[in-house]
Design a protein around this ligand. Structure first.
Ligand code: ZN
Length: 412
């Protein structure tokens, strides 16, 4: 089998897909089920059909493009990622795994390879949380990590429900039909840019992911007492924002002290009420995102944060409440698939490093229903979710080549 990646075509397709965007180039904005997203989906479907794949869509819009294997009863080997993009993002996040996956399949077809197991390109709906406030909507439903009932309750900022929005976008059928049957996939592999600087720093083009960190997100609400910024003396104040400032620093401290090197905690949002220059803040809402590759350690950090919040609110006479938005378990990538990936790297003389995925991906949820693995491609300065996100054509080609070789080994 002589595998050759058509680098020129792949780069051209990445550029072309990037033009289907709601933001001016080089930025890419593609929010799930927007007109732009639907246009991108149609474009991609045409590319898959040109490649001879059979395309179907499930009721949440996850798209499956299949190359049927010689054994129709054997479980499929899947690969894929997402094409939705947060506002003002780049052109590689997700897209490299989708168009790279497609090119891996085309390279295998050109080589004369015939799979025993069907090979399927899977494009997940709404990996990004932009529209419905929760990431990986498609893979959560595919894996049963979220019930159709929970999904139906999600609304966008205009109050439109998932059901309304998907049906308007032409996705028919009941969400009950989305969950995959156990054993549907023999293996699932996601090719993705690293979104961090580690591979580039080591000057290694590829990373074989060992673990995917477990995210948890919470909303903290601190209630103090408002009042006139001139009239209320400092000794009488219960300023919610001052309490929140202490809470934010306590969160940083707990992540460092209670957590380990792989623990990260971020407060990315802070809403202050009433938000006037001459008014003491009476209420503050904070977002909290905590991640770790170790579930016990992450939960220990969450408990430590909780107790710090109680201490601070007691001391400052404010009240604090928290709402857990999601807490997912980490995933270990399947050692057997990692071995096949490593062998494929050796076969094509491509260097790789083992690496932890600190961002979460659809593969985290797919790991509940299939053995998964992820292959990372180095990206410039580790930049992602910004217009200057970049991975070199050489590194992308290396990733696609190794992906194709691995798909062939798994589908034989
Ligand atoms: Zn992504």
């Amino acid at each position: 089998m002589k595998l050759e990646v058509n680098r020129k075509l792949l780069v051209q397709e990445i550029e072309e897909l990037a033009t289907i965007s709601d933001a001016p180039a080089p930025a890419v904005t593609r929010i799930v089920f927007s007109q732009t997203d639907l246009k991108a989906r149609a474009w991609l479907k045409a590319r898959c059909e040109e490649a001879g794949l059979t395309v179907r869509q499930d009721p949440i819009g996850n798209t499956f493009a299949r190359w049927a294997g010689s054994d129709a009863k054997a479980p499929a080997v899947g690969t894929g990622s997402h094409i939705d993009a947060i506002p003002n993002a780049g052109k590689y996040d997700g897209v490299v795994g989708v168009l790279g996956g497609l090119e891996a399949i085309r390279a295998l077809r050109r080589s004369g390879f015939r799979p025993k197991h069907s090979i399927e390109l899977l494009v997940f709906t709404s990996e990004e949380p932009t529209r419905f406030g929760i990431g990986c909507l498609g893979s959560r439903l595919l894996s049963g990590s979220m019930s159709p009932d929970q999904a139906t309750k999600l609304v966008d900022k205009d109050g439109a429900s998932v059901d309304e929005v998907r049906k308007n976008a032409g996705m028919q059928g009941s969400l009950d039909e989305v969950k995959l049957t156990t054993g549907y996939y023999k293996a699932f592999l996601e090719l993705h840019i690293e979104q961090g600087p580690l591979l580039e720093r080591q000057q290694i083009p590829l990373g074989i992911v060992t673990n995917i960190a477990a995210p948890a997100s919470l909303r903290l609400t601190i209630e103090g007492s408002g009042g006139h910024a001139g009239a209320v003396l400092m000794s009488d104040r219960r300023d919610a924002l001052c309490a929140a400032a202490e809470v934010i620093l306590a969160i940083e401290n707990e992540a460092r002290m209670t957590g380990g090197a792989d623990t990260v905690a971020t407060v990315g949002m802070c809403d202050v009420f009433p938000g006037a220059v001459n008014s003491i803040p009476s209420q503050v809402r904070l977002s909290l995102d905590v991640r770790d590759t170790n579930l016990h350690r992450r939960d220990a950090v969450l408990r430590a944060i909780n107790s710090a919040v109680q201490t601070i609110s007691g001391k400052r006479h404010v009240s604090a409440s928290q709402e857990l938005l999601n807490a997912d378990a980490p995933a270990e990538c399947a050692p057997l698939i990692r071995e096949v990936l490593a062998r494929s790297c050796a076969e094509h003389r491509r260097a790789f490093a083992p690496i932890v995925s600190r961002a979460y991906h659809d593969s985290l949820f797919m790991s509940r229903v299939a053995p998964v693995a992820m292959l990372f491609i180095a990206c410039r300065n580790g930049y992602s979710h910004r217009p200057d996100e970049y991975a070199s054509p050489e590194d992308i080609e290396a990733g696609v080549l190794v992906l194709a070789e691995t798909l062939a080994a798994l589908a034989s």
